[in-house]
Design a protein around this ligand. Structure first.
Ligand code: UTP
Length: 408
């Protein structure tokens, strides 16, 4: 793209300030900025100031979860089935590690965070140790895809190299980068990260399948005969990955996706709960629950909208092929976005100062026809690290790890 074309493109959307420093850039930086302008999809900016179309929801109805008692009754059957499928090489794991972890506030990728107290216990290490439990049980290696972004890719890969993959088999680990989206202030004006780079951020965790395909890794899935992909967040240090019982229950239920869920702590807990929306799996946010829905009970007296998702899903590959690369909704997310000011100085805000655009996995779930919510015990499988202190923090995760006998 030439500078004239770039100027026209940016002028047409009222963003010509991104070229303010163009003349003072060296040739390589000029080229990089022109390429970024050419390749970036700025249409997401149209969302600013528009009514949130996602707020127009369909009609909700309950989606019955497979609860602990039923799981216990069938644990052996489900686990045997899961182990069989895993042994056949039909299950892969996929770590969502493209996020920026801004709330935690660490300069390195979130997975490099050390939660150890008397020794090093990195978040990535916890994840690998959890997966290794299943590798040992099934006596077979499981392919692990790791999604990064251009912001943290090199640091993540080098860390795994340096730590010798925490004992995992290196050639079973495949990294790939997710797509990026531009970031802007509250009026929709693009931020500049440097004089030659428009601020961008990873485009949300729903882009994982299209990014995987773009990286050519669908060929690996095809070649290895992978039929199920267990995606999971980087920040839950207790979660079971490729849990054979979950795999077996989901496969035997013949659904498009299995979702690990935890029971709400109280009917008015502020979490999104899994349900059906117009007959398809979906998440209803706590503020969308009417009083009637909140108070509705099942035959055992439990609320029918009672299970929150923990970002641990098992997708059936054939259905993914049909929906995974189709276009996804973009959500506006308020974040702290570093930028250069009018004088070219770097500003690192302490409070959210603008929007990033993210596509969410829950929208992907909604495209699928069927889902099995599978209950797990919160204290045993859910220790998310979102913040440095307080709720869902390093402190709370440490506490839960210790309760589960994990030495820190
Ligand atoms: P979060 O919603 O917690 O976002 O991600 P985040 O970016 O990590 O953290 P904050 O909000 O800036 O503090 C949930 C999971 O989805 C992954 C994260 O890495 C985490 O595992 N994720 C999120 C991606 O892989 N890509 C994204 O673009 C966003």
């Amino acid at each position: 793209m030439t500078i004239t074309e770039a100027t026209e493109k940016m002028k047409a959307i009222g963003q010509e300030h991104v070229l303010k420093y163009f003349d003072e850039l060296d040739e390589a930086s000029k080229e990089a900025l022109l390429t970024q302008i050419e390749e970036t999809d700025f249409s997401v900016l149209d969302l600013i100031g528009k009514a949130d179309t996602h707020s127009v929801r369909g009609s909700f109805s309950p989606l019955v979860a497979m609860q602990l008692a039923e799981i216990e009754k069938n644990r052996e059957k489900y686990t045997d089935e899961g182990i069989k499928i895993i042994k056949e090489g039909k299950v892969a794991a996929l770590l969502l590690a493209g996020g920026m972890g801004t709330r935690l506030g660490s300069d390195t990728p979130k997975g490099m965070y050390d939660i150890g107290e008397t020794k090093h216990v990195y978040i990535f290490q916890r994840i690998i140790e959890n997966l290794l439990d299943v590798v040992k049980l099934a006596d077979t290696w499981i392919t692990l895809f790791i999604m990064t972004s251009e912001k943290n890719h090199e640091a993540t890969v080098s860390f795994f190299e340096e730590k010798d993959y925490f004992g995992y088999k290196k050639d079973k680990v495949r990294f790939f980068k997710q797509e990026m989206a531009p970031a802007c202030d509250y009026t929709g004006k693009l931020f500049m990260e440097t004089k030659s780079h428009i601020s961008t951020s990873p485009n949300g965790n729903a882009g994982w399948y299209s990014s995987l395909v773009r990286a050519g890794l669908d060929k690996v899935i095809e070649k290895e005969g992978v039929e199920w992909i267990n995606i999971f967040a980087v920040d839950n240090v207790l979660q079971r990955i490729c849990d054979p019982c979950f795999v077996g229950a989901t496969a035997l239920a013949e659904v498009s996706v299995g979702a690990k869920v935890v029971k709400k702590a109280a009917p008015d807990e502020k979490v999104g709960v899994i349900c059906l929306e117009d007959g398809r799996p979906s998440i209803v946010e706590y503020y969308e629950l009417s009083d009637d829905m909140r108070d509705e009970k099942d035959a055992t007296g439990d609320p029918v909208y009672n299970y929150g998702v923990i970002l641990n899903y098992l997708f059936h590959v054939p259905e993914l092929n049909a929906v995974g690369t189709t276009s996804m909704l973009n959500h506006l997310v308020e974040k702290k976005i570093p930028y250069i000011d009018e004088s070219g100085n770097v500003v690192k805000p302490d409070e959210p100062n603008g929007y990033k655009f993210e596509q969410l996995v829950i929208d992907m779930i909604h495209k699928l026809g069927s889902c099995l919510p599978f209950e797990v015990i919160r204290e045993k499988e859910f220790a998310p690290i979102k913040n440095a202190t307080g709720v869902d923090s390093v402190d709370t995760a440490r506490e839960l790890c210790k309760k589960n006998g994990i030495e820190l």
